[in-house]
Design a protein around this ligand. Sequence first.
Ligand SMILES: Cc1cc2nc3c(=O)[nH]c(=O)nc-3n(C[C@H](O)[C@H](O)[C@H](O)COP(=O)(O)O)c2cc1C
Ligand code: SF4
Length: 786
Amino acid sequence: MSADSTAVEAQGLLAFWHSFRIPILVAGTALLIVLHVYHRFHWRLRVPSSSEPSLSGFKAWPQEDPEGKRGIGVSSEKADSGSPLGVRITNKSTPGPKRVVGKQQWQKRTDHEGQRRDAASTSWIKPLIFFTSLTGSTEKFARGLGEELRSAAQEQSKGSERGGILPPEIHDLSYIDFDEYFIATPPPPPNTRHVYCFLIPTYNIDTIINTFLHHLNETHHDFRIDTAPLSSLAGYSVFGFGDREGWPTEEEGFCSQARELDRWMAKLTGRKRAYPLGVGDVKSDAQAALKEWSGGLLDILDEIAVTGGLGEGVVGSGDPLETDDEADDDGDSADSKTNIRSRGKKDSQTVIDLEDIQATLDNESLSGRKGLAPLPVDFTTPGKSPVQSMPSDLKEMVPKTSPTYSALTKQGYTIVGSHSGVKICRWTKSALRGRGSCYKYSFYGIRSHLCMETTPSLSCSNKCVFCWRHGTNPVGTTWRWKVDPPEMIFQGAKEGHYKKIKMLRGVPGVRAERFAEAMRIRHCALSLVGEPIFYPRINEFVSLLHGEGISSFLVCNAQHPEQLAALDRVTQLYVSIDASNRESLRRIDRPLHRDFWERFQRCLDIMREKRLIQRTVFRLTLVKGFNVEDEAVGYADLVEKALPGFVEVKGVTYCGTSSSAGAGLTMQNVPFYEEVAAFVVALGHELQRRGLKYGIAAEHAHSCCILIASERFLVNGRWHTRIDYDRFFELLEKEKTDGIPFRPEDYTKETEPWALWGNGGFDPSDQRVYKKGRNKAPAMKTDTLA
Ligand SMILES: Cc1cc2nc3c(=O)[nH]c(=O)nc-3n(C[C@H](O)[C@H](O)[C@H](O)COP(=O)(O)O)c2cc1C
Ligand code: SF4
């Protein structure tokens, strides 16, 4: 092709473009718009399948939630009872969020995982009817209720194999062992839960009902037992009989014991009141009222069988939202709160300890004592006689009219004078029944039914997270209250103790000979609550104990070095060692003293000096997550510093109070015995590594407690951790009269073989009572020291 012909073609094309360029441009633009629109529309319509990877990296929207847990799905007209929310979810696949339509149905309880699990698997309800009757009318009603429930059970068993009500059991409270039903619940048959039904008359005289209520009270307040040990029940309900002729109103005592029972059961079950308390006047409406109550109860039993729970938010459901006064009954409102409120603080919710208003009081005192607050007495200053320097118009620490007084008495304390307390310990009752003493029997030979637990000072300078005093005690760093004479405290404590022992005589299983022995106190544990050496006349008090041949175990919190140094000889002296370092101690003990760590260290120095004249003990309370992990080395440092005769290591007991919960303490913080044992072994190895002569001597697996002892108490290869009490008093007398001092090694006794490390620590002459369904295998030691 020539150059001329190419030029002609180009000219032709150019002429064509000039002639048709506008239609070409319009058509091209239109085509582009069509393509763009098509593209966008196509993507909108496209729904990726679940298996197809999406470009954006998100997974495709699920078509169906197999567990029905997510609130997604297409609406349907009919609710599906298989779904927890009563929601039916169809298979229709639709892009975008699904809508939920359906009505809320009876829900399975969701507040506790355990309960939800129970609900899923439980379909049978077994009612246990408890009654007591003196003149026979309540028994008649109880049998009638039994018949009613039995026929309901029969009726149901015709139609259903999936669950329902089982025939009831009837128990007369006068003939059963309370421990079997009211410390823990008896194990139910498979897929079954118990409901406790009570028919209870009221008597204003001493009957088995008093013993029963006292038992519930004790169980609830015992720091060794969960505060709600009956929470595995599906529910409970109480019906009371009374006589309106003699006791016309509630205030005048109509059905008062049924009311009290209802309150205790609410606490012990974690508020599982299945149906509200019913009451009937035996001379008028009892029959009709009972019929109405049993009808309602039957409905609820049905519902529990179907839904597995009591339902949420309904009256009497036992839901935590229920607004009765049971929480307050625990006395969680310390008097310090009341004091603050009465002092006109704006924020009534603020909890401020007495200590925190110390500055205010001090100022007022200095400026003419305007507020009439008592002068704080610094009895910590050595050389001063605190008693003499105290003003005479001081206030009482726990006046009878104070909320603290009623809170403590409700918890079972007998308040002695204005600042002391005494309480019967659970082990005392256990020993009276021949069911075993506390760990102090295994380690030191203290028989629990001969032991009085008391304190001459309900006040303390710490707010330990695991304290079981329910936040009811006054706290402070200085004594600024009226001081009761030691003779009066001693007398009052003994009277209170003996009175409580006497109340136990009707308890099933109490051994006559032990009951007689218990009427002579042989030991005193100055450890109840508060800080015994806070009491300015503690030495006189201890000397009164010794004067009557009562041995003294005194536990202090290592915060009052001067008082500790000034303390006369006791049979065994303890310091609580709740942590191995400053930060842990601050977190656990929540001390009020700013120089708590320095005070703590000084107390250890004093313990080191005292170890040569008396038995000294470190008491370690292990709280998982607070003071266990990696702290064995730290504890070994403390042992090395004070060289105590003994180190008692104990797992914390969860008391379930709001104060412990507020400190972040839960059941998860309670170590298993194996964990305590592993810690003890680690600590023992660390002590040996440092050349300190200690060994693991004894154990009381029953209460999760193990004893490390100095080899000063290892005689001819045998542990001598027990105390020869007769010898102690002999030596004490000699010391007093002739001035001959003695050493801890002078009053020891050989440890019983059953108490030695590895043997469990339960006295074979006592009767070991296992709760039904609990593991009977003795706890195994995990290791031994070489
Ligand atoms: C000595 C005595 C004291 C009583 N005290 C009260 C009372 O404080 N409050 C009350 O509501 N009923 C009281 N009652 C009435 C009984 O609770 C009532 O009669 C009941 O139904 C007795 O039941 P029982 O016979 O099955 O044991 C008392 C009855 C007696 C005999
Ligand atoms: S030593 Fe303590 S636990 Fe043991 S019986 Fe005495 S008060 Fe109770």
